[in-house]
Design a protein around this ligand. Structure first.
Ligand code: GDP
Ligand code: FE
Ligand code: FE
Length: 187
C-alpha cells in the first residue's frame, strides 16, 4: 500500500509531535531493514501504522479487546499497553493489511514477546531509537542496533525493563517474557 495513503490515514489521529515521531520510526525502520536484509516496504508500513491508536479512548479500546478474542490479560491495562494491539486490529480491518508479520510488529511494538521475528525487532528497536528520541543512553542503543539486530533488541528491552522498575511502573507480562526470552533463561 502507498505511503501517502497510510500517512493520510494516521495524520488526523495524532498530534504533530507523534506524527514526527512516526516519520522518524519509518526512516529508522527502513534503514534497519536494509541493513539486515529484511523487507523495507513491510518495515515502512508497520512503522507508519504502529502508533495510530495511541490517542483513542481507553474504554472503546477495551470493548474491541473484549469482543474480538484478544488476550484477556490486556483488559485491566491502559492505553500505553492497548494501543499496539488496537493498531494491528484497525490496520487489518480498516486498511486491509493482511501480512501477519506486519500486524504482529504493530501489535507487539510496546512490549515485545517471546520469539520475535526480525521485522518485530526492527519496529521495536526503531521505535526506541528514531532520531527524535533523546533520553539518556539512546545513542548507545542506536550504535548497538546498527551493529547487531538481536543485540539491539536485547539492549532496548533491558533498558525498558530497567526504566519501568526504577519508576515502579507495573510491567505487562509479555514485556517480562520477552526480556527472559532474549536474555535466555537457565534451564
Ligand atoms: P510510544 O508509543 O512511541 O511512546 O512507545 P511504546 O509504544 O514503546 O511505549 C509506550 C509507553 O508504554 C512508554 O511510556 C513505555 O515506557 C510504556 N511501557 C512499555 N512496556 C511497558 C510495560 O510492560 N508496562 C507498562 N506499564 N508500560 C510499558
Ligand atoms: Fe507505541
Ligand atoms: Fe512509537
Amino acid at each position: 500500500m502507498e505511503r501517502e495513503k497510510l500517512l493520510a490515514y494516521i495524520k488526523p489521529r495524532m498530534p504533530q509531535k507523534r506524527y514526527d515521531h512516526t516519520l522518524g520510526v519509518a526512516e529508522t525502520a527502513i534503514e534497519l531493514a536494509n541493513l539486515y536484509g529484511e523487507d523495507a516496504e513491510k518495515a515502512e508500513i508497520a512503522a507508519i501504522l504502529h502508533d495510530l491508536a495511541k490517542y483513542e479512548d481507553e474504554e472503546e479500546m477495551r470493548v474491541i479487546i473484549r469482543e474480538n478474542g484478544f488476550d484477556k490479560r490486556l483488559i485491566p491495562w491502559g492505553a500505553e499497553i492497548l494501543h499496539g494491539p488496537i493498531a494491528a486490529y484497525r490496520a487489518k480491518n480498516e486498511l486491509g493489511i493482511q501480512d501477519e508479520d506486519i500486524l504482529n510488529a504493530m501489535h507487539y511494538h510496546t512490549t515485545g514477546r517471546v520469539g520475535m521475528s526480525h521485522l518485530e525487532k526492527i519496529i521495536y528497536v526503531a521505535d526506541m531509537t528514531e532520531p527524535n528520541r533523546n533520553f539518556p543512553g539512546v545513542e548507545r542503543l542506536r550504535e548497538i542496533a546498527r551493529t547487531d539486530l538481536h543485540a539491539g533488541m536485547r539492549a532496548c528491552i533491558s533498558h525498558n525493563i530497567s526504566f519501568l522498575v526504577s519508576a515502579e511502573i507495573p510491567i505487562y507480562p509479555l514485556s517480562i517474557e520477552c526480556y527472559n526470552d532474549i536474555i535466555g533463561v537457565e534451564k
